[in-house]
Design a protein around this ligand. Structure first.
Ligand SMILES: [Fe+2]
Ligand SMILES: [Fe+2]
Length: 169
């Protein structure tokens, strides 16, 4: 059984993962609006991934006989000033999520909740990857600078992303 405190905190994280999904979708829409369909494709897949994170946690709460209560999802942040700004915001967002996961883990330790610690270890590893990916793309965008041909090529590359079935494990 989950403690009430842990259950509440996990519910909050489920909402945060749904928000992440919504936030990435908003960035995908922005990329469509500036004709970067490859980046939009990449961000749409990220939307799916975040949705899977939410579902993974939701299933975990259920498997521990916890209750899931869905809350309102905030309006996603917008007002992007170009593609570099999008990925700067991705990095900032993922760093913030890493902080949330770390806090959850600290709570699981405090509560002597070993199953939740094990479950969260998957998320801790995932966040390392998420931050690295965002940093790598941001770096590539910096190299591209204002060269349209290079941006075109990077957009093509982003459009090739596939959601590998192993990506979630
Ligand atoms: Fe996530
Ligand atoms: Fe993420």
């Amino acid at each position: 059984m989950l403690s009430k405190k842990m259950e509440k905190a996990l519910n909050k994280q489920i909402n945060a993962e749904f928000y992440s999904s919504y936030f990435y979708l908003n960035m995908a829409l922005y990329c469509e609006s500036i004709d970067l369909s490859g980046f939009a494709h990449w961000l749409r897949l990220q939307t799916q991934e975040e949705h899977e994170h939410a579902m993974r946690l939701l299933d975990f709460v259920l498997s521990r006989d916890g209750m899931v209560e869905l809350e309102q999802i905030d309006k996603p942040k917008g007002g992007f000033k170009g593609i570099n700004d999008v990925f700067a915001q991705v990095l900032e967002h993922e760093k913030m999520v890493t902080g949330l996961i770390n806090d959850l883990y600290a709570l699981a330790v405090e509560e002597n909740d070993y199953p939740t610690q094990v479950e969260l270890q998957w998320f801790i590893k995932e966040q390392v990857e998420e931050e690295k990916t965002a940093k790598d793309i941001l770096q590539q965008l910096k190299w591209v600078g204002d060269k349209d041909t290079a941006l075109f090529m990077l957009d093509q590359k982003m459009g090739q992303r596939q959601l590998a079935s192993g990506e979630e494990e």
